[in-house]
Write a protein that binds this ligand. Structure first.
Ligand SMILES: [Zn+2]
Length: 623
């Protein structure tokens, strides 16, 4: 009996280590489950992988050969292996949680390789503080190694790699063979669970996601875009009229400024002079300013893809037809010059078009510069503009985004801190975040001035149709947060839409517009037919439309205009909680009318309109 108890006791140390490793995994993945980053099956299988990794770390210490090594070497080696692997798991969890929280997507190796060199630029600390910050992970690793070193004797005894102090259990080298046998059986059992079921859960298991392409792996993309993304635009192109040349071939230029909200721009009436160039164009009567433009959602991927494929959130799918493919179909040269990394972020590049003639994004240059808009100007200066073949060019700016590189000369509003720190609660005030944001707008305005100058020098500006817009807005302390994503409140949903068109076209006032209208506007400008499954209406047309869709990972909703009144209706995708706001006043979205009996008639109306827009695929001008 005593022997049995002693034997059982000898297994306690590895069991305790397993408990610590699994506990760490359960806490991290439990949190990810809570925020929707992982579900149950991959979580269980992740724990199987953790357990198998631990066993693999311990197996070498059951061999008699290890027994012959000097005691200290054996103990230090075991401590370093266990401490390092556990620390690696801890770092991985923190990275996974960070990426899913901030970007809505898990990390991949390709992404990490691209982003790691930029980390320094994101940290708000001085050199001295940075050294202090670096000490934290080193200290955690040292503590882990030290703890395993302290526990080393007990661990080795239980593994059978030292002659046991628990002599009654005969925990000798012979016992090491038994332990090893037990471990191999356990590994075989875990492999028996892992191998046959892998296809079912691997796509959502955090470690397997590291080797993914980052496409469709995020739960934060629309239902239709999950799984493997394979754009099938050719199928749609086949339905377009053949041999129908555009009536008026013109160069088309789309400038998207990441995270730019209209109400912070001088040209849109903000009480700051942060858009001197755009305002001067507007005053000269060269720019059409569209109010009431909404983004499809509050994130980049749906804002950018929704713009290019004229699709609302619920319509986005791998087969969505992008503008660039339609234009290629009509003989256009297509060109993407993008600041920011669009290759690794959800594999956005795959959806910009299947026949892009020229593509450059921030990930194709030195990683440190991938969010630096100054990379764009040499690209733009060097591209050729053919007088025979019109071109579609999309230019993406990161100057306003919290990851965008800020140039000192645009630091007009102070005090500031690097904007990325706004994502870490309590690291900066809303005032500092907004100052940095306004400086970003001032910088973006100057980049647009440079772009216009280059286009002018090339002689392509005046014949071109240029639309300047954003993929989504930005919270500047609105709704208790900074940054973007989350529910499509006005701060993240309202975007600029500025049209430079010197061809005499008119753009009537619209009561409500959406990003989905941009691609049809380009096609209308060249007299090309608009694909039937696009949701937008050309801005050149008068429309009776009064409802547009706004959405996010969290909610689905609409904005509707009834005469002079505008309402927003949102419904939670998970909890079904409804929100109803009468827009127009500064704090309108702090007063949820959905539970007020007096608002019931309008709530009913908004519910019906919401269901209607969800059923709708494409819309016909004027309808
Ligand atoms: Zn964005």
């Amino acid at each position: 009996m005593t022997r049995l108890v002693a034997c059982l006791r000898s297994f306690i140390p590895p069991v305790m280590v397993a408990a610590v490793w699994l506990g760490q995994g359960i806490l991290a993945l439990g949190y990810l489950m809570h925020v929707g980053g992982v579900n149950k099956r991959p979580m269980v299988m992740h724990l199987v992988i953790v357990l198998a990794t631990l066993i693999l770390c311990l197996v070498p210490f059951t061999f008699q050969a290890v027994h012959r090594l000097p005691g200290t070497v054996r103990r230090v080696t075991l401590a370093v292996i266990l401490g390092t692997v556990q620390f690696a798991f801890l770092c991985f969890y923190m990275l996974d949680i960070g990426c899913i929280q901030l970007m809505g997507t898990p990390p991949t190796i390709a992404w990490i390789v691209n982003y790691v060199p930029q980390l320094g630029a994101l940290l708000p600390f001085s050199r001295h503080q940075l050294a202090f910050i670096e000490c934290i992970p080193v200290s955690i690793w040292l503590i882990a190694v030290w703890v395993y070193y302290r526990a080393g004797d007990a661990l080795q005894t239980s593994l059978g790699s030292v002659t046991g102090e628990i002599t009654t259990c005969n925990c000798s080298a012979r016992n090491g063979a038994r332990t090893r046998m037990g471990m191999m059986l356990a590994l075989a059992l875990l492999a028996g669970i892992y191998i046959p079921t892998r296809a079912i859960w691997a796509e959502r298991e955090p470690i397997h996601q590291l080797w993914g392409t980052n496409s469709g792996l995020s739960q934060m993309v629309p239902e239709g875009m999950r799984g493997v993304w394979k754009p099938e635009t050719n199928r749609y192109l086949a339905n377009l009229p053949v041999n129908q040349s555009p009536v008026t071939p013109r160069n088309l230029i789309l400038i998207t400024v990441d995270a730019l909200r209209s109400d912070q721009m001088g040209i849109y009436g903000a009480n700051v002079d942060d858009t001197p160039f755009l305002s001067s164009l507007y005053r000269a009567g060269k720019l059409k300013r569209i109010y009431s433009a909404y983004s499809v959602c509050s994130y980049s991927f749906c804002g950018l893809l929704g713009t290019l494929s004229s699709s609302y959130w619920h319509q986005l799918n791998p087969a969505s037809l992008p503008l660039s493919d339609v234009l290629s179909h009509y003989g256009y040269q297509t060109r993407f010059l993008l600041s920011g990394d669009h290759s690794h972020f959800l594999g956005l590049r795959n959806f910009y078009g299947s026949a892009i003639d020229e593509y450059r994004d921030g990930s194709t240059v030195d990683a440190k510069l991938s969010n630096d808009d100054s990379i764009l100007m040499p690209w733009l200066k060097n591209v050729a503009w053919s007088s025979k073949r019109p071109t579609f060019t999309e230019i993406h700016l990161m100057s306003v985004h919290y990851l965008g590189i800020r140039e000192a000369q645009f630091g007009r509003w102070q005090p500031t801190k690097p904007a990325a720190t706004g994502l870490i609660p309590k690291m900066q005030t809303a005032e500092m975040y907004r100052n940095n944001y306004l400086n970003g707008i001032l910088q973006a305005d100057d980049k647009i001035r440079q772009i216009f100058q280059i286009l002018k020098d090339k002689g392509v500006l005046d014949g071109a149709l240029v639309i300047i817009t954003a993929d989504h807005g930005e919270n500047l302390g609105d709704h208790g947060g900074m940054g973007h994503g989350g529910e499509p409140y006005e701060s993240v949903a309202r975007i600029p839409m500025l049209i430079y068109d010197q061809d005499g076209s008119t753009y009537p006032e619209q009561q409500i517009t959406s990003q989905v209208d941009i691609a049809p506007t380009f096609l209308q400008a060249i007299g090309a037919p608009i694909p039937g499954d696009w949701a937008g209406i050309p801005l050149q047309l008068e429309t009776k439309r009064s409802v547009i869709s706004v959405a996010s990972f969290e909610v689905s909703g609409i904005v509707a205009q009834f005469g002079t009144e505008r309402y927003k209706y949102l419904i939670g995708r998970r909890d079904g909680i409804e929100e109803l706001y009468e827009l127009g006043t500064p704090n309108a979205e702090e007063m949820n009318l959905a539970r007020l009996p007096s608002a019931y008639p309008i709530l009913e109306k908004m519910r019906a309109l919401h269901l209607n827009i969800l059923r709708q695929r494409g819309s016909v001008p004027g309808r």
